[in-house]
Design a protein around this ligand. Structure first.
Ligand SMILES: *Cc1c(COP(=O)(O)O)cnc(C)c1O
Length: 224
């Protein structure tokens, strides 16, 4: 199947999940995750009408997206992978949304870069809902404090929360936890759900889903 056919299938599935959950049609944003895929695979998906894309590495995105954006200036690019502070300037320059704000230092460096560049990507805080030692993200118990600190200490507006549930668990409880934490922290965006579980995420209130392989097909390189 072609990526454009798979995209239409995903959009149909999203529409049905919105309806089943009693959500407004179009209330869920589909972020097409194009990591590991080259411009030749991405361009047809742009031409099919998709405008919002996610990448997990700053350098990879810098290599692919400036040329694609020249063709289609209204593309919106999301950073969904871990951000090192020495890449924060590049990330602020390139991305429209940074979904992986996960520690005080990165909040501080992003605030300084946004001031310097006078460019303000929208921001999400990544939450480690499964408290997995190897995974990035703020601990659930620290989310309210951290979102407040982003606002009061760094002057940042946080649009929402993002999570990647543990690979071997039912994601539902993690989606429910993220939704509860967002309410407690006073933010409305919920970036949750991937190819395997976006319909479940939509039923738990996802406002944004990150879908890679269901659109682009299997990745040959392991995600980093
Ligand atoms: C790769 C990736 C995705 C997409 O995963 P699929 O299972 O291919 O849909 C979503 N979110 C993050 C953070 C990712 O790194």
């Amino acid at each position: 199947m072609k990526a454009t056919d798979r995209l239409n299938q995903v959009l149909d599935d999203v529409a049905r999940a919105e309806k089943d959950a009693g959500r407004e049609p179009g209330s869920v944003t589909v972020v097409a995750v194009s990591k590991t895929f080259g411009a030749e695979a991405i361009a047809p998906v742009i031409d099919a009408g998709q405008r919002i894309f996610g990448e997990n590495r700053v350098q990879e995105a810098q290599a692919k997206w400036p040329a694609l954006r020249e063709r289609t200036p209204d593309v919106e690019l999301h950073l969904i992978g871990p951000l090192q502070s020495n890449k924060a300037g590049d990330a602020v320059a390139l991305f429209d949304v940074i979904e992986t704000v996960d520690r005080d230092k990165i909040a501080r460096v992003l605030a300084a870069e946004m001031e310097k560049q006078q460019r303000r990507p929208r921001l999400y805080v990544q939450v480690n809902t499964g408290s997995e030692p190897q995974k990035a993200g703020i601990e659930p118990t620290e989310v309210v404090r951290f979102v407040d600190a982003c606002r009061t200490d760094h002057g940042l507006t946080i649009e929402g929360l993002m999570c990647i549930p543990p690979i071997d668990e039912n994601p539902g409880p993690h989606f429910a936890l993220l939704e509860k934490l967002a309410r407690e922290a006073g933010v409305t965006g919920l970036s949750m759900g991937m190819s395997a579980d976006f319909e479940s995420a939509i039923s738990f209130g996802a406002t944004s889903i990150r879908v890679g392989s269901a659109i682009f097909g299997p990745r040959s390189k392991a995600p980093v």
